[in-house]
Design a protein around this ligand. Structure first.
Ligand code: BGP
Length: 473
């Protein structure tokens, strides 16, 4: 088969500050909402926290050396707002800027493109306490100032910027499911917080343009394309509604600066539409991204749901296969299990064709290049006596997804790069450290936090070959 990957293709991998750094209170770092949330009993798997994580803060050189040896072309990581502006809106902390500058310089010295996420969920707790964080319009100005500090400092060095990681996830989990901070379950508050997050995203992009930054910027959206369970017209209608409510409701705002009409009407009928100002839509249109960042893990399969039907479900946070409960919105849709795909131990469906579908739908609807900012397999791994980790299942998963990307490129999708989740093993927000995603195994079994030794998995060597051959695998 012809190799469709362009020469400039970014073969990358990803992480996020809270999930890898540790050093949660070092060098004047402020406290984030996640620093607080993980210490509330019952909120994370067996109370695991990111206080030490995999100690990337102190071991970034060792981690970058592993990336360089592998031949990695891009590394996506996030910056902790609380390291840069500890209380969110006050003094700038030079020690925090310096840490990321060192990391960026280390990457550039090894010809690895830094892909920087401005916000991967670790909001300064001070802003949550002061004005309820995302629920206040003030967040727009404060987020933009924080972004400006980073644009200014890393101008010329960082070419790829991601604004918000998975706005759809941190908003729905934080304000509807109550599984993320600030632990609220209120749809009205959710849609209001979401509106301000939309404005913050647009304002940061507008600032990027005003500063004439050299590079590209866009959000990372968690996209799970929808299928109907069958061709029963009521189920097809449910699938349409699901796609509107769970995908277009965010991506249309990013690209076209408007909410989908059918959903807006539904929100008004329910009395949960956000309050908006006329100028908001001007700003939203000024904040059009350069690319759509996509975190793709799985697809969604749905059927119709009666008005008294299935409501809020429960994700599998234990790693016991089959322990999740189906989710739904009464009167609109309910989740179904797709009988044609396999599932992981955490009940995540494995669907490489869905990756191709995701890329094509985005291209058709938005006509923007796509940067795949996350994709990967969370599984239990076994460290053998000789230090090997035989993760054939992960290689198999990634290989199928790389093939799907190649097909999508052949179909006409412009794909800028592929960042697997994740580079090293790291903290899974709700699933602790047992659910592993990395190319690099981190040994935490003894919980000897000084140790945290790194081991290369079989997938590390597999990806090395993929990169070297620009996509042969
Ligand atoms: C995405 C997040 C990542 C990462 C990943 C895996 O939603 O952007 O930060 O955690 O999912 O999810 P999990 O850790 O729940 O398996």
């Amino acid at each position: 088969k012809m190799n469709a990957f362009p020469k400039s293709f970014l073969w990358g991998s990803a992480s996020a500050a809270y999930q890898v750094e540790g050093a949660w209170d070092e060098d004047q770092k402020g406290v984030s909402v996640w620093d607080e949330f993980v210490n509330i009993p019952g909120k994370t798997f067996k109370g695991t926290t990111g206080e030490v994580a995999v100690d990337h803060y102190h071991r970034y050189k060792e981690d970058v050396a592993l990336m360089a040896e592998q031949g990695l072309k891009a590394y996506r990581f996030s910056i902790a707002w609380t390291r840069i502006i500890p209380d969110g809106d006050g003094e700038i902390n030079e020690a925090g800027l310096k840490f990321y500058e060192n990391l960026i310089d280390e990457l550039l010295a090894h010809h690895i493109e830094p892909v920087v996420t401005l916000y991967h969920w670790d909001l300064p707790k001070a802003l949550q306490d002061k004005y309820k964080g995302w629920e206040s319009r003030q967040i727009v100005a404060d987020f933009t100032r924080y972004a400006e500090v980073l644009f200014d400092r890393f101008r010329g060095k960082v070419k790829f910027w991601v604004t918000l990681n998975e706005q759809n996830v941190f908003i729905s989990h934080g304000y509807l499911q109550g599984s993320h901070p600030p632990d609220v379950q209120d749809p009205k508050r959710m849609y209001q917080a979401n509106h301000y997050a939309n404005l913050a995203n647009a304002a940061a992009i507008k600032k990027f343009r005003e500063m004439e930054m050299d590079g590209l910027i866009g959000p990372s959206f968690a996209y799970s394309p929808t299928y109907a369970i069958d061709s029963n017209p009521v189920n097809v209608l449910a699938a349409d509604d699901h796609e509107e409510l769970q995908a277009n409701f965010w991506m249309d705002v990013y690209v076209y600066g408007r909410y989908p009409k059918v959903i807006w009407k539904w929100l008004e009928d329910q009395g949960i539409a956000p309050e908006v100002e006329a100028d908001d839509f001007v700003l939203l249109r000024e904040g059009k991204p350069d690319f759509m960042g996509v975190n793709y893990y799985q697809t969604s399969t749905v059927s119709a749901n009666p008005l008294n039907g299935v409501g809020m479900g429960k994700p599998n946070t234990t790693g016991e296969k089959g322990s999740s409960e189906a989710n739904g919105v009464p009167g609109i849709f309910k989740d179904e299990q797709n009988p044609f795909v396999e599932r992981t131990n955490w009940d995540w469906e494995i669907d490489p064709t869905g990756m191709r579908i995701a890329l094509r739908r985005i291209t058709s609807r938005y006509d923007l290049p796509v940067l795949i900012t996350e994709n990967g397999l969370g599984e239990y791994d076994t460290l053998e006596e000789d230090g090997a980790i035989h993760d054939a299942y992960r290689i198999d998963y990634l290989k199928q997804h790389v093939e799907a990307i190649q097909e999508a490129i052949t179909d006409g999708v412009e794909v800028l790069g592929y960042c697997t989740w994740s580079y090293t093993d790291l903290l899974s927000w709700l699933n602790g450290y047992q659910k592993r995603y990395g190319f690099v195994y981190v040994d935490r079994d003894e919980l000897d936090e000084k140790e945290l030794k790194r081991y290369k998995k079989d997938s590390y060597y597999w990806y090395q070959k993929v990169i070297e051959s620009n996509g042969e695998n």
